[in-house]
Design a protein around this ligand. Structure first.
Ligand code: AMP
Ligand code: TRP
Length: 330
């Protein structure tokens, strides 16, 4: 049966291979069978300071990358979070149902706030807004990378809490986390997540990196002093990470890759991986440039927002009625 699927990515920098493998690839897979909503979560991005020009550019860029990677706006809704005001409204309502202690436990908040002199309150209540993103459509399934699991659990708790207090209404959503590739690691440290906010660009592959940069970053990626190409994340995190990337881009299993490279050196494996990545990303980059220059993006985003708003406003009306808010008109 067709389910409702929702996910989002923040326009807070250039998207990485981690975003592609952990999230976007699955968006593309799910769109054929399900009713899908894919957002650029600009309201989440401003939980840390953003330059207005950079926010504009990154918002357009993420939306164009969704389409370039294969999301079809004829079957999935693609739009900006800020174009559907019901997210912020339900976000506020859910904030009032969330305990401080629940937010204090969030590892993403702890990571992003650690060592900072001043931390915005928005960063703290970020998970309640994410819960609103999901619940405002009564989504069944949320495709995300491993790092979002805890936020999804809070979303499920909030749905249950609302249902308990105000009567069964929200769908309790399920996470959809890939088995391989849910956590692509940094190229310079196999124990850290690949992230667009890492100050060392050599630690990530940006989806828009030119082919030669991709080749160079892979050839310089950290490995270990051993020589075996085997999947063993505990003892060989860097090699295992490169194997996961290889598997995701080639469609081969980890075992097939280990068999293929048995007895071979890291150098040859990395060279082939670099070529594989270029072959995966070049067509996406070409489509990206076409979409950016076509002038069609604004229309697609407006259409997506309109469809999303129809559903979101129905949810919000029902939520407010159940909670005791008076209707604006008779
Ligand atoms: P963000 O860039 O934090 O907005 O993340 C957008 C989506 O990409 C979320 O579903 C993340 O879980 C996913 N994601 C981000 N980085 C990685 C990574 N290194 N490996 C796998 N998935 C990731
Ligand atoms: N918090 C997510 C991240 O940092 C982004 C996000 C916001 C999201 N709202 C969402 C993901 C709703 C899935 C569903 O990656």
């Amino acid at each position: 049966m067709a389910k409702k699927v929702l996910s989002g990515i923040q326009p807070s920098g250039s998207l990485t291979l981690g975003n592609y493998i952990g999230a976007i690839k699955n968006f593309v897979k799910l769109q054929r069978e399900h009713e899908c909503y894919f957002m650029v979560v600009d309201l989440h991005a401003i939980t840390v300071p953003q330059e207005p020009a950079a926010l504009r550019e990154n918002s357009e860029s993420v939306a164009a990358l969704y389409l370039a990677a294969g999301i079809d706006p004829k079957i999935a809704s693609v739009y900006l979070q800020s174009h559907v005001p019901q997210h912020a409204e339900l976000g506020w309502i859910l904030t009032t149902l969330t305990a401080m202690g629940e937010l204090e436990r969030m590892t993403q908040f702890k990571d992003k706030s650690s060592g900072k002199d001043s931390v915005g309150a928005g960063l703290f209540v970020y998970p309640s807004l994410m819960a609103a993103d999901i619940l405002v459509y009564n989504a069944d399934l949320v495709p995300v990378g491993e790092d979002q699991k805890q936020h999804l659990e809070l979303t499920r708790d909030l749905a249950g809490r609302f249902n308990h207090r105000f009567g069964d209404f929200f769908t309790v959503p399920e996470p959809y986390i890939p088995e391989v590739g849910a956590r692509i690691m940094s190229l310079d440290d196999g124990t850290k997540k690949m992230s667009k906010s890492n100050p060392n660009p050599g630690s990530y592959i940006a989806l828009l990196d030119p082919p030669d940069v991709i080749r160079k970053k892979i050839s310089r990626a950290t490995t270990d002093s051993g020589r075996e190409i085997v999947y063993d994340p505990a003892n060989k995190p860097e090699v295992s990470n490169l194997m996961s990337i290889y598997a995701e881009c080639s469609g081969q299993s980890l075992q097939q890759i280990a068999d293929q490279y048995e007895g071979q050196m890291y150098g040859g494996f990395k060279k082939n991986l670099g070529e594989l990545l270029v072959a995966t990303l070049e067509p996406i980059q070409e489509r990206y440039r076409d979409i950016r220059s076509s002038g069609e993006l604004a229309g697609i985003l407006a259409e997506g927002a309109e469809k999303a708003q129809t559903l979101a406003s129905q949810t919000l009306a029902e939520v407010k009625k159940r909670m005791g808010f008076l209707p604006a008109r008779g």
